[in-house]
Design a protein around this ligand. Structure first.
Ligand code: MOS
Length: 760
C-alpha cells in the first residue's frame, strides 16, 4: 500500500464524493439550487431589493434578502472566520464589494442564474471604500496580537543594537492580497431533519468547529454550542450533534474551507423553502464569500556584527484585515528562525472594507520569512559573505527566544542536501551569461513552520476477528491524511493495512482535530495512539489472569501491539488474534493534545530552498530553471504523498513569487480579477525542474516521530526566487508577486550601468 492513496482509486474512477458531484441517488433527495446575489459596490446601504422579476421566472421558488432572512444567532468562530464577526443577510449595510445581498432559490441551476440576473437592487452608496494599505494610513492601529501571532515582542534593546551595528539593512517589503483558489469552487447541501436537526453535505477542514458554528447560528443550544464543543474535547463525549455534517473530499482547500458563509446560507435557504437546497459558489463568489490572504507591508531593519552574527531584528509589519477577526499572523515566526541578540516586533493592523481574510498555506510565516530572508541576503551582501554562510553562522542551535532545545532539528542537513543538489558551492557567479544569452542567478532561503498539536479524541475498536476500526470526523482535502493515518494505525496495532478500517464519520462520535496548520495527521494520530495503548493495557490485564496465555502471572508492565502480537517489555508475546478471539472486541477512547503539544522542547519543521534562474536582460522575463527544496519534517510516513505535498507547496510558492495577486478596484472596492482566467496561478508550463528532498528522520520507534509538511514547504520558495533574481541582475525585489513592473523597479534602482554591463 505504501505510496498509494487509499482514496486514490476512487478518485481516478470518479467514485470519490465531492459535494457538487453528489447525485440524487447519493443524497436520497433532489435539492433545489441556491445562488448568491452580491453587491457590486463596497460600501453603503441596500435601499431596496425587488425580487418580483426574479420570482416571475418559471422555477424560481424564493428570493431571500436581509428583510425576510431567518435571524441568525451570534456565533463564536474558533477559526476567526467572518461569521464570527458578521453574519450573512442580517442587515442592509454593505461592508464590502461582493457581499451577499440576496439568495435566489430555484428548481434548476439555469432558473437560479436567470433569477440572480433579474433581482432588482438599489443601493445608496456610502463613502469610498478603503481597500488597500496605501489608502489606509488613518486606519492603522498598533496591536498587541496579530491573529494567532504576537503583535509586539521584544528581546533586549534592538534599537540601540541597530544603531551600534557594524552593518545594517533597511527595507520595506510588500505582499499583495491573493486567494487560495483551489480548483473546486465548492457547494453546500442542507436538509432539515424531522427532529429539528440539520443534515449538511460540505467539505470543511475542521469538522467540529463548523458543526458548532452552524448549531450556534441556528440556535441549537447547549450541546451544539461552545459548552458542547468543549465537552467533546475534554470528556471524550460521544453525544450526537444535531448538526449532521457529512464531510466530503475537497478539490484542494489550502486554508479556505473553514467556517465559510455557505455553511450557513444553505441551511438558511432550506429552512425558508422547506426543502433541501444546494448552495453553489460561482468562481467569482469564492473571492468574497470565502477567504483570502490579505495584503501586508513589512518594514524590516537588520543589524549585523562584522562576523555576520545578527545583532538586531527590527520588524514593523502593517497588516490588512477584512471583515473577519482573522489577522495574518506575520509576527509569529520571524524571531524563531535565527539566533539573534535583540529584536523588536511592532505591528499595526488596518481594518479595510474587504471580505474576511483567512488562513492560507503558511499563514503569516510565508510573508514574514520572505522579508527576513531578503534582509539576510542584503546583510550578507554588505559583508561580502555567501548567503548560505550567513545563515549557517546564525543557525539557532536552541530556540532563539525560549532557549529551549529543539526536538530533532535537521536544518543543517537541509542546507547541506539542498546546496549539494543544486551545486551551490560551485555555482557560476551571478549575472554570468548562459549559452542562450540570458543571465544566470542562484538564490536560497530558509524555511520554518511551527510543529503544532491540537486536541483530539479518537475511538478505536479491535474486533474479535482482529480488525481495527477507527471512526473519526477528519478532513481529507487531498493532503493524504487518510493514507497517513491508516499506515500509522497499522503500525500502532501491528495489523496490516487491509485490516485497518478508518471511517470518516458524519457524526461527532469523537472529537477529531481539524486539517489545519499542518497538524491533522499528527494530532489525530496522537489520540489514536492513546486509545490503542489503552486497549493494549486492557488486554494485558485480562491475559495476566488467564492461565491459557503466556502472560499468566507475569508482572505488569507496558504492553504494546507489534507485528500481530501483544508484547510485554520483557519479551513475552502472544498473537493478538488469539487474545481477541478469547476476549472479544476491545474498544477504547483516546485523547491527546490538550496542552497543544507544549513540552520542554521546541518543535518546528525546517527547510532550505535553492533556486537557479535565467533572466532575459532586455525583457526581464524569468525562468525558474531549477527549484530544489530540502525539508526536515521528521519521519516521512508516505514518501509518494509527502513528495506530492512538498512539490505542490513549492509550486504554490512559485505562484506567490511570480504571479499570485488579486487586485482591487479602488473606486468600488471589488476584486478586479476574480476569475481563474485572470487570477493567475502556476500551470504546468510555468513549472520547470522542481525537486523535493527530505532529511532528518529522527531516531526511535515512536510512531509520532514526524512533523508537519504541508505548510513548511511554501515558506522559503518566494525569497529563494527573489534572491536568484537579485543574484542575476543586482535588482532587489521588495514586492510580491515580482511582476515585470517590480522587476523593472528593482533594476532601475541600480547604478545605471550595472545591468547593461551584465548584458554586454
Ligand atoms: Mo492551513 S492555512 O491551517 O489549511
Amino acid at each position: 500500500m505504501k505510496g498509494h492513496r487509499i482514496e486514490g482509486a476512487d478518485k481516478v474512477r470518479g467514485r470519490a464524493l465531492f459535494v457538487d458531484d453528489l447525485r440524487d441517488s447519493d443524497l436520497g433527495f433532489v435539492p433545489l439550487i441556491a445562488l448568491a446575489v452580491t453587491s457590486p459596490v463596497g460600501s453603503g446601504t441596500v435601499r431596496a431589493i425587488r425580487p418580483a422579476d426574479a420570482l416571475a421566472i418559471a422555477g424560481v421558488r424564493a428570493v431571500i434578502t436581509h428583510e425576510n432572512a431567518p435571524r441568525l444567532r451570534k456565533v463564536i468562530s474558533l477559526s476567526m472566520s467572518e461569521p464570527g464577526t458578521r453574519l450573512p443577510l442580517q442587515s442592509a449595510r454593505i461592508d464590502y464589494a461582493g457581499q451577499i445581498v440576496a439568495l435566489v432559490i430555484a428548481d434548476t441551476l439555469q432558473a437560479a442564474r436567470d433569477g440572480v440576473a433579474s433581482v432588482g437592487l438599489e443601493i445608496d452608496a456610502g463613502s469610498a471604500p478603503v481597500v488597500i494599505l496605501a489608502d489606509a494610513k488613518a486606519r492603522l492601529k498598533s496591536v498587541k496580537r496579530a491573529g494567532i501571532g504576537p503583535g509586539r515582542s521584544r528581546k533586549g534593546d534592538a534599537d540601540a543594537a541597530l544603531a551600534g551595528a557594524a552593518v545594517t539593512t533597511d527595507d520595506t517589503f510588500h505582499n499583495a492580497a491573493h486567494h487560495q483558489n483551489p480548483i473546486e469552487p465548492g457547494a453546500v447541501v442542507a436538509r432539515w431533519d424531522p427532529d429539528g436537526g440539520v443534515t449538511v453535505h460540505a467539505a470543511v477542514q475542521w469538522h467540529h468547529v463548523d458543526t458548532m458554528m452552524i448549531g450556534q447560528a441556528f440556535g441549537f443550544g447547549w450541546s451544539d454550542g461552545l459548552p458542547g464543543f468543549l465537552n467533546r474535547v475534554l470528556r471524550k463525549n460521544r453525544s450526537e450533534s444535531k448538526v449532521r455534517l457529512n464531510n466530503h473530499f475537497s478539490g484542494g482547500a489550502f486554508g479556505r474551507n473553514v467556517s465559510y458563509q455557505a455553511l450557513l446560507l444553505a441551511p438558511m435557504a432550506a429552512k425558508v423553502v422547506g426543502a433541501p437546497v444546494k448552495f453553489i459558489h460561482t468562481r467569482r463568489d469564492t473571492f468574497s464569500l470565502m477567504s483570502h490572504r490579505s495584503e501586508a507591508r513589512q518594514h524590516l531593519r537588520l543589524g549585523g556584527a562584522a562576523d555576520g552574527r545578527l545583532a538586531a531584528i527590527v520588524l514593523e509589519p502593517d497588516i490588512a484585515k477584512g471583515a473577519a477577526a482573522f489577522v495574518e499572523p506575520v509576527g509569529e515566526m520571524p524571531m524563531q528562525l535565527y539566533a539573534h541578540e535583540t529584536h523588536r516586533l511592532t505591528s499595526q493592523v488596518a481594518t479595510l472594507d474587504l471580505p474576511g481574510a483567512g488562513w492560507m498555506r503558511g499563514p503569516g510565516v510565508a510573508y514574514a520569512i520572505f522579508a527576513l530572508e531578503q534582509g539576510m541576503d542584503r546583510l550578507a551582501a554588505e559583508l561580502r559573505m555567501d548567503p548560505l554562510d550567513i545563515r549557517l553562522i546564525n543557525h539557532a542551535d536552541v530556540h532563539p527566544v525560549s532557549t529551549k532545545p529543539w526536538e530533532a532539528k535537521a536544518l543543517r542537513e537541509a542546507y547541506d542536501a539542498g546546496a549539494a543538489a543544486i551545486g551551490w558551492r560551485d555555482r557560476p557567479k551571478g549575472g554570468t551569461m548562459r549559452p542562450d544569452g540570458r543571465l544566470t542567478g542562484y538564490g536560497m532561503a530558509s524555511a520554518i513552520d511551527l510543529g503544532r498539536q491540537f486536541p483530539a479524541t479518537a475511538h478505536v475498536t479491535l474486533t474479535a476477528d482482529a480488525r481495527v476500526v477507527v471512526s473519526l470526523a477528519v478532513s481529507e482535502m487531498g493532503q493524504g491524511l487518510l493514507t497517513g493515518l491508516t499506515g500509522l494505525i497499522s503500525e500502532m496495532t501491528g495489523l496490516p493495512t487491509d485490516r485497518v478500517e478508518l471511517r470518516r464519520s458524519a457524526t461527532t462520535e469523537s472529537y477529531a482535530a481539524g486539517s489545519i496548520g499542518s497538524t491533522g495527521t499528527y494530532s489525530n494520530a496522537a489520540a489514536i495512539l492513546d486509545a490503542v495503548q489503552r486497549i493494549a493495557a486492557g488486554l494485558l490485564v485480562k491475559a495476566r489472569k488467564d492461565r491459557a496465555t503466556p502472560f499468566y502471572g507475569h508482572p505488569s508492565g507496558l504492553a504494546r501491539l507489534m507485528s500481530d502480537h501483544l508484547v510485554l517489555g520483557d519479551g513475552t508475546r502472544a498473537p493478538l488474534a488469539d487474545l481477541l478471539a478469547r476476549y472479544g472486541a476491545q474498544s477504547a477512547s483516546g485523547r491527546a493534545g490538550l496542552t497543544f503539544g507544549a513540552s520542554a522542547k521546541a518543535k518546528a519543521s525546517f527547510g532550505a530552498v535553492f533556486c537557479e534562474m535565467a533572466v532575459d536582460a532586455v525583457t526581464l522575463d524569468i525562468e525558474v530553471v531549477r527549484l530544489i527544496g530540502a525539508y526536515d519534517c521528521g519521519r516521512v510516513l508516505q514518501p509518494a504523498i509527502a513528495q506530492a505535498q512538498l512539490r505542490g507547496a513549492m509550486i504554490m510558492g512559485l505562484g506567490q513569487a511570480l504571479m499570485e495577486e488579486t487586485r482591487l478596484d479602488r473606486r468600488t472596492g471589488a476584486w478586479t480579477n476574480a476569475e481563474l482566467g485572470e487570477a493567475l496561478i502556476p500551470t504546468q508550463a510555468d513549472v520547470g525542474h522542481i525537486e523535493a528532498i527530505t532529511v532528518g528522520a529522527f531516531s526511535g520507534d515512536n510512531p509520532l516521530n514526524f512533523k508537519g509538511i504541508a505548510e513548511t514547504a511554501i515558506v522559503g520558495v518566494a525569497p529563494a526566487i527573489a534572491s536568484a533574481f537579485a543574484d542575476a541582475t543586482g535588482g532587489q525585489i521588495r514586492s510580491l508577486p515580482m511582476t515585470h513592473k517590480e522587476r523593472l523597479r528593482a533594476v532601475r534602482d541600480l547604478e545605471p550601468t550595472t545591468l547593461k554591463e551584465a548584458a554586454e
